[in-house]
Design a protein around this ligand. Structure first.
Ligand SMILES: *[C@@H]1O[C@H](CO)[C@@H](O)[C@H](O)[C@H]1NC(C)=O
Ligand SMILES: *[C@@H]1O[C@H](CO)[C@@H](O)[C@H](O)[C@H]1NC(C)=O
Length: 483
């Protein structure tokens, strides 16, 4: 941003180095909330629908400029892929077959690989490895574009393992649906997929997550719209050791178990506290979903993770606010209080404001990106794997540092009236070179600029500033910074 005339005059007359705040934040150079592992998405529905599309793979997993729908979109550069092990098959066995929810949305049933209980042998006819080809195709496209972290996750065990054979959930949503005799079979299912993927797909899953919002009871019942399954904490505790030993038995002892993907920060804390020490020892990474938005005890969950020596991921986030306002606000809360080392958006393509790209996974229709897409690009394209997450010193920005490139990244939003936001880098050993150009990118929440870029901002001593409209998001890359 050019220095406004009145500031130049004040500078000339009074020789101040300080800018008239509007607002100043001092980036805490010595802070360290861990090395960033990356940004990602769950495949599941959108990839099962559109997994053969190279343009979508480019949009999500590359950093290139991608032609889409008459636009040139900046790729999001995501590097984390969550692959969904399905729960559905259309066969009958011993006179039994799947029971579907009356409200099921067809694109939300994902074909699973273990179609009957005759054999645990993945080479037998009880296993059908040809299904779900589009989701696998998108996983391969992601890998070839640089994705390097893969998680296998389940929304529900295979239908035949369930009390009511309905992969949307138990009869009342509050009770377990996995039959007791299938606790170990479910672990065999996931371990066989992980082993098969390594041998046959060239995909080594870093983590395996057996649960999806297991303690929830309001959406995962027999009349749900998607696959889901309730697991009491005691049942989770029973399944986790089975999963650990089934993975180990297949030479996958370095595959980490992540759990429990609870819906909220608060339920993640209570589930984690409820697991006994044997179960906790099987888990290497605590996954949580961000559906508590502006509420919940993020700090408490971070303390549980640090105290137990576990990694912490926000493994699923989504909402219907297509403007990007909720997204940036909750990412900032996560960076400030939860301190995850990875952050995963739920569905790239969806309707009702939920998608980064608007579309319908059942009707196979696609339209354009939402403004939320560009708000997320402000983060994912700049805060990159390996960067050290810093304390931004304020509640309207996040900061990350790339030690090898000597680059400081700041992403900020202005919720107030139009004003200058000032950034003070005086805590850094070298805050960059006086006069250095700081490239910036800009997106207006709601509508307006979409990831526009400018080279009009300079470092002045150890400070810089930029003018922000209300609800404007800006990303800055400051070169030559040494902590
Ligand atoms: C749900 O069903 C289970 C098993 O039938 C029962 O034990 C439990 O009390 C039910 N819960 C509710 C809230 O109805
Ligand atoms: C934890 O629970 C599991 C499964 O119920 C059990 O096998 C194990 O012995 C328990 N561990 C402890 C330390 O109580």
């Amino acid at each position: 941003m050019k220095i406004p005339i009145f500031l130049v005059l004040i500078h000339a007359i009074f020789g101040f180095d300080t800018v008239f705040a509007d607002v100043t934040t001092t980036i805490k150079a010595s802070s360290n909330y861990g090395n960033w592992e990356g940004w990602g998405t769950s495949l599941a529905w959108w990839a099962a629908a559109f997994g053969d599309r190279d343009d979508l793979a480019d949009i999500v997993f590359s950093l290139g400029q991608v032609s889409f729908n008459g636009l040139s979109l900046p790729g999001l550069g995501m590097n984390i892929v969550r692959y969904n092990a399905g729960a559905t098959s259309s066969n009958s066995y011993n006179g039994e077959s799947i029971v579907k929810s009356p409200k099921i949305i067809p694109s939300r049933l994902i074909d699973g690989y273990w179609i009957d209980w005759q054999s645990t042998d993945p080479a037998s006819s009880s296993w059908l490895w040809s299904v779900d080809s589009k989701q696998r195709s998108m996983m391969q496209k992601a890998k070839s574009r640089g994705a390097n972290l893969f998680e296998l996750f389940s929304n529900s065990p295979m239908w035949w393992m369930l009390n009511n054979h309905n992969p949307s959930g138990s009869d009342n949503g509050s009770s377990d649906n996995l039959q007791t005799w299938n606790h170990q079979q479910f672990a065999v299912y996931l371990a066989n997929i992980a082993q098969y993927a390594k041998k046959n797909w060239g995909i080594t899953f870093n983590t395996v997550e057996p649960f999806n919002e297991p303690i929830a009871n309001w959406w995962n019942g027999k009349s749900g719209t998607q696959e889901g399954c309730h697991f009491n904490v005691a049942t989770q505790q029973d399944v986790l050791p089975y999963l650990r030993s089934e993975l180990n038995n297949r030479g996958l002892s370095s595959t980490v178990i992540s759990a429990s993907d609870e819906n909220s920060y608060d339920s993640a804390i209570s589930t984690w506290k409820g697991l006994n020490s044997t179960a906790k020892a099987t888990v290497g990474q605590i996954n949580v979903h961000g559906y508590q938005y502006g509420n919940g005890d993020r700090t408490g969950l971070y303390q549980q993770a640090v105290g137990s020596g576990k990694k912490l991921w926000n493994s699923e986030y989504g909402e219907s606010d297509a403007t990007g306002s909720q997204l940036i606000s909750n990412v900032i809360l996560d960076f400030r209080f939860l301190h995850p080392t990875a952050w995963v958006y739920w569905q790239i393509i969806d309707g009702g404001g939920w998608g980064l790209i608007t579309g319908d996974n059942t009707a196979l229709s696609l339209s354009g990106p939402t403004q939320k897409y560009f708000v997320l690009a402000q983060l994912t394209r700049h805060i990159r794997p390996g960067m050290r997450i810093l304390d931004s010193g304020c509640d309207y920005a996040v900061a990350a540092y790339d030690a090898s490139a000597k680059k400081l990244v700041i992403v900020a939003v202005n919720w107030d009236s139009a004003q200058y936001l000032n950034f003070d880098l005086s805590q850094f050993g070298t805050p960059g070179q006086n006069g250095a150009t700081i490239q910036r990118w800009s997106t207006q929440i709601g509508s307006g600029e979409q990831y526009a870029t400018y080279k009009d901002t300079v470092l002045s001593g150890s400070k810089f500033w930029s003018h922000f409209a209300t609800n404007q998001v800006q990303t800055f890359e400051v070169p030559g910074v040494v902590i």
